[in-house]
Design a protein. Structure first.
Ligand SMILES: Cc1cc2nc3c(=O)[nH]c(=O)nc-3n(C[C@H](O)[C@H](O)[C@H](O)COP(=O)(O)O)c2cc1C
Length: 316
């Protein structure tokens, strides 16, 4: 994305990065960059709904909407300014909106506040049976196209893994203007409390098993799409970072492991990566990035299928 990072570890968008002190903790612990906690359209909408309760006058509702939205954006631009002033590593702003108009209106203000890049967290949850797959993809593409026309900083798009063809989506986002795609967002997990017969939330934290999905798709796409690929989901140790870099990731986003092990774990993972590089005699990450991708395979046409068949028949 044209950003210079000292190392590939980025603290991903979460409450680990929701104020300048925490962003400084990330930088002090050795993060290469941070993605700030997302600005959520729906969170601001909830504030508007709460403050407009009991008001049915349309003009009053519009006024409250404007004030609350302005206050929400102001809080976020202050976060960008404070975080950027506190650290010298790149600070990436993150937005999660559900209406196109909202992205177009507000994303330019994040650039103006000093964000080094913007991550669009597009996580639509299609619950309407009338929302076709084509219409949803069209929303993604048009949103990215219009945002990229409005800002000059690089834009990344963070997506989930529920698509019919992830390579097609990644490529479409690239052609819409995204410089990078983050694979993958971890959606809100739903669970059911069988004692109290209630819905409850599942664990927001990932486990190392979740690495399998970014690993598969980055391995398949490295060198074939012009989008840079950031791995997110399941990177908990230095060895996991080694794997996604060997697959072809440009950078490694980490979140759950930092919640679990503290900011200092960023330094631990970095040292584990360096120790592995020393052991393998690699001086730079470029020397091994994508080494185990499908593109670099000697049997690209049977790459993934071959692994599957070998697993089935138990061959090494
Ligand atoms: C408590 C929590 C809060 C999060 N908040 C956000 C957010 O505001 N925006 C976002 O794009 N992702 C958010 N995420 C998702 C993470 O950025 C990350 O993509 C996901 O946790 C997978 O990475 P991991 O396996 O390293 O945890 C959140 C995750 C957690 C656990």
């Amino acid at each position: 994305m044209g950003l210079t990072l000292d190392n590939p570890f980025i603290v991903s968008s979460s409450s680990l990065t929701d104020n300048a002190d925490k962003v400084k903790k990330c930088a002090d612990a050795g993060a290469g960059a941070v993605v700030l906690k997302s600005l959520f359209e729906e969170e601001i909408q909830a504030e508007i709904d709460a403050s407009g309760e009991g008001t049915d006058h349309t003009e009053a509702v519009d006024y409250i909407r404007e004030i609350q939205t302005g206050a929400g954006i102001k809080r976020y631009t202050t976060l960008i300014k404070d975080a950027s002033a506190a650290v010298s590593i790149p600070v990436i702003a993150s937005v999660n909106a559900v209406t196109r108009n909202w992205w177009e209106q507000h994303v330019p203000r994040l650039e103006a506040a000093g964000a080094d890049a913007i991550e669009l967290n597009i996580s639509l949850m299609p619950y309407d049976y009338k929302d076709s797959e084509a219409a949803i993809l069209d929303f993604y593409i048009k949103t990215v196209e219009s945002v990229c026309k409005l800002v000059s900083v690089p834009v990344a798009v963070k997506i989930g893994f529920h698509f019919t063809s992830i390579p097609a989506v990644v490529d479409a986002l690239k052609w819409a203007g995204a410089r990078a795609v983050v694979l993958f967002n971890r959606f809100y997990q739903l669970d059911i409390d069988t004692t109290n017969l209630r819905l409850k939330s599942g664990s927001p934290m990932s486990s190392r098993d979740d690495l399998a999905l970014p690993l598969r798709w980055i391995t398949m796409m490295y060198g074939k799409t012009e989008a840079e690929l950031a791995a997110s989901s399941g990177v908990h140790q230095g060895d996991d970072a080694v794997k996604v870099l060997l697959a072809g990731a440009q950078v490694v986003q980490v979140c759950s492991t930092v919640y679990k092990n503290g900011y200092e774990h960023l330094g631990v993972m970095q040292r584990e990566l360096e120790a592995w590089m020393d052991g393998q005699n690699f001086q730079t990450i470029d020397a091994f990035r994508g080494r185990l991708s499908q593109k670099r395979s000697d049997k690209p046409e049977t790459f993934e299928r071959l692994q599957y068949i070998q697993a089935l028949v138990g061959q090494s």
